[in-house]
Design a binder for this molecule. Structure first.
Ligand code: C2E
Ligand code: MG
Ligand code: MG
Ligand code: MG
Length: 280
């Protein structure tokens, strides 16, 4: 600590950096244990199709309740899992678990539901990633077109040619690709035209700018138009207010995901929600 170093002494790390470093070390240490002790769980957030007014898809989201650290947000531990490469086995587990759950839901009569799974750059850069996806689908008995892989633009910046080839192979297998957090990265429209992207997910930060009662053209409107022009499905992330929903409906956004409709839920709660919807 800076003040322990005494007057006049040179301190290399300032307090926040030091804390951040030890926090990440702590998380990394616990992540290994978490894999072994099966402390991870998948939650699922519904994606609602606005034209049909029903849940047509789910996004799988990792949850970790550490007996040592308590609840740790994926925003924190995914980065550490990437740096330590734990994301490779962890990501494989997520994919398998999500596919198995969707297959189970199909068996319970929710036959047209899709599953979106977040994929880290490091996973995509593994030479055997596409094989893993194919093997996982086979093991679960799920048809490929029900699976959507969510990637972020950072993936594309780093190794564009390699990644785009792999994405094209996945597309040829009928697997869907979504561009997550759209608008927050180094977006280039050429990515959109040259990559087999089927879904554009507008980042929450843009949805937050939607003001009810004003007629101003926002970036959201432009993004929806771009998506439509490229025959992509457009999903709005982080929809929390009815005013936002109304605006998105007016602009022809295809789907919404957000607390307004539902938070991410455990598997049991999702089954309940779907069953309730089927009765309406
Ligand atoms: P993401 O893929 O963009 O997921 C959307 C995040 O927004 C989720 O946070 C979700 O819970 C949150 N969210 C959804 N609707 C609302 C809303 O109306 N209001 C607010 N405030 N938040 C909303 P979560 O679950 O904490 O995940 C954060 C990020 O962690 C994800 O962002 C994704 O990048 C990453 N992540 C989560 N699970 C996985 C995983 O299995 N693999 C990888 N590689 N990354 C994951
Ligand atoms: Mg996502
Ligand atoms: Mg997102
Ligand atoms: Mg994200």
């Amino acid at each position: 600590k800076a003040k322990d170093a005494g007057k006049g002494k040179y301190v290399i790390f300032d307090q926040p950096l030091n804390d951040d470093f030890s926090e990440r070390m702590n998380i990394e240490k616990q992540l290994y244990a978490a894999m072994e002790q099966q402390e991870f769980e998948l939650y699922y957030q519904p994606q609602v199709d606005l034209a049909q007014n029903k849940i047509t898809g789910l996004e799988a989201l990792l949850r970790w309740n550490s007996p040592v650290l308590g609840y740790v947000s994926p925003l924190k531990f995914i980065k550490v899992a990437e740096d330590s490469h734990i994301i490779i086995p962890l990501g494989a587990w997520v994919l398998q678990k999500a596919c198995d759950f969707l297959k189970k839901l199909h068996g319970q009569g929710f036959t047209e539901l899709t599953m979106s799974v977040n994929i880290s750059m490091l996973q995509l850069l593994q030479t055997d990633f596409n094989e893993l996806v194919v093997d996982t689908l086979q093991a679960s008995g799920l048809e490929p077109h029900y699976l959507e892989l969510e990637i972020t633009e950072s993936v594309l910046v780093e190794s564009y040619d390699y990644v785009s080839d792999k994405l094209k192979q996945l597309r040829d297998l009928n697997i869907k690709i979504a561009l997550d957090d759209f608008g927050t990265g180094y977006s280039s429209l050429s990515y959109l035209t040259h990559l087999p992207i089927s879904t554009l997910k507008i980042d929450k930060s843009f949805i937050d700018t939607i003001r009810t009662g004003t007629n101003q053209s926002t970036l959201v409107e432009e993004i929806i138009l771009i998506g439509k022009r490229m025959s992509m499905s457009v999903v709005a992330e982080g929809v929390e207010k009815t005013g936002q929903l109304e605006y998105l409906q007016e602009q022809g956004c295809d789907k919404i995901q957000g607390y307004l409709f539902s938070r991410p839920l455990a598997a049991d709660a999702i089954v309940e929600l779907l069953a309730g919807q089927a009765e309406v």
